[in-house]
Design a protein around this ligand. Structure first.
Ligand SMILES: [Zn+2]
Length: 411
């Protein structure tokens, strides 16, 4: 291997000490002293790779390896160093540390790139602290939404205050934005966070695209009544309707077992929530994802028809609000081709799979071509201290990433 696997492992081990919880967990929230500590450590490694570093006004850490021709659009790589409150050691971290290893290898081999290379640890990818993720990656593209800075965390600290405390100047966001056309492409290596590669017994895979989630909130209204006296045929039970809709969603999402469609009801609220009152109002969320937008739209229509029929049967009224409707975003064919060749050179089967979760790549996909590699996640576990990817698999992924960077620099 061209990359240095033991150095890579030592970087993971050092980073895992920052915000360590239990034996293998991590809690490193966005815009905190812990994340800053992670940034400083990663900066040291970036400096060793010949990069200069800075933290921009969105709270992103950016390492820059200046190219011979700085007017060319940059080759951007990276992911995030913030974690879930009860997270693991690899989610996001892998994309930053493996990129640093790839670029360290590049400079060690005396390669001075034509175009500038940047490695970014994006601020607040995870989104749990302020209930809105991909902050840094949307930020650099001028895609923040109205009122975002006023969102508060559970302690009442707003994003604005957190950013200021982190050292960011929120009046200078514009200076931290990237002009259209200034990013050549974006490469992200990430753990799979699902079981596909583990089940197939493959160390790494090529991502085809990120499936767009459709997020709905469904509210059903029936009629409350005494659970002991209202006869069954006369009831308008909103929870019964919700139960049938949840089962229907499951049937819709599983109708073709050969497809990666997923459908989930993750929260449900019942009113008045009393054991002896027939539920009058129920609201629940729907998360429907697919890499094929036509199919997802077809399934959405099927769900709407089911909701119509089921509420009619139980004499319920309903409202549906759309919270998020993201389209699937596909990886660039030319980058996948480069990855396929790298896999082949290493004698690896190039399994292609979609990403159900979103990543910083999703934001970048609106600004440039992007490509992703997934690293096998043991038992598909993630957002959990049990999250595990082996250093062997991470090294293979880094080797592929390095090879891809060398190829892309020829363009
Ligand atoms: Zn992540």
């Amino acid at each position: 291997m061209k990359i240095n696997a033991s150095r890579l492992q030592s970087h993971f081990e050092a980073m895992s000490l920052i915000g360590k919880i239990g034996e293998t967990g991590t809690c490193r929230p966005a815009h905190t002293a812990l994340e800053k500590e992670g940034f400083l450590l990663a900066s040291e490694w970036m400096h060793s790779a010949g990069m200069t570093t800075r933290i921009d006004n969105f709270g992103n850490l950016i390492g820059t390896l200046k190219g011979k021709n700085p007017s060319l659009p940059v080759l951007m790589m990276g992911s995030h160093l913030d974690s879930q409150p009860y997270g693991g050691r690899f989610d996001g971290v892998a994309g930053v540390l493996c990129a640093i290893e790839a670029i360290t290898t590049l400079t060690e081999n005396g390669i001075i790139p034509e175009r500038t290379i940047e490695i970014i640890s994006f601020a607040d990818e995870e989104g749990w602290r302020f209930n809105k993720g991909l902050f840094g990656s949307r930020g650099i593209l001028g895609k923040l939404e109205e009122g975002e800075l006023q969102r508060a965390d559970k302690d009442g600290i707003t994003r604005e205050v957190a950013l200021k405390e982190f050292g960011c100047d929120i009046t200078k966001f514009k200076e931290s934005e990237y002009a259209e056309g200034s990013i050549y492409c974006f490469l992200e290596l990430h753990i799979e966070q699902g079981p596909v590669l583990d089940v197939a017994n493959l160390p790494i895979g090529i991502v085809t695209g990120i499936s767009g989630p459709l997020w709905l909130t469904v509210k059903l209204k029936g009629m409350a009544g005494h659970a002991g006296s209202v006869p069954m045929p006369m009831r308008r039970d909103a929870l019964l309707g919700a139960a049938e809709i949840i089962v229907a969603l499951n049937e819709i999402a599983t109708q073709d077992p050969s497809t990666p469609t997923v459908g989930t009801v993750g929260t449900i609220n019942v009113f008045p929530a009393s054991r002896n009152i027939i539920p009058e109002e129920v609201s629940f969320t729907v998360d429907l994802r697919d890499i094929d937008l036509d199919r997802r739209n077809r399934y959405e229509k099927q769900l709407m028809d089911k909701i119509e029929a089921i509420t009619k049967k139980h004499q319920l009224t309903y409202t549906i609000s759309e919270d998020t409707n993201s389209e699937p975003r596909y990886c660039a064919e030319w980058i996948k081709d480069i990855y396929r060749n790298q896999f082949k050179a290493l004698g690896l089967e190039a399994r292609e799979l979609m990403s159900g979760p979103f990543h910083d790549s999703l934001a970048l996909s609106y600004a440039c071509d992007y490509g992703m590699i997934f690293i096998r996640s043991k038992d598909g576990i993630s957002h959990n201290p049990l999250e595990y990817s082996s250093y062997e698999d991470l090294s293979l992924g880094t080797e592929v990433l390095y090879g891809a960077v060398v190829e892309i620099l020829k363009k």
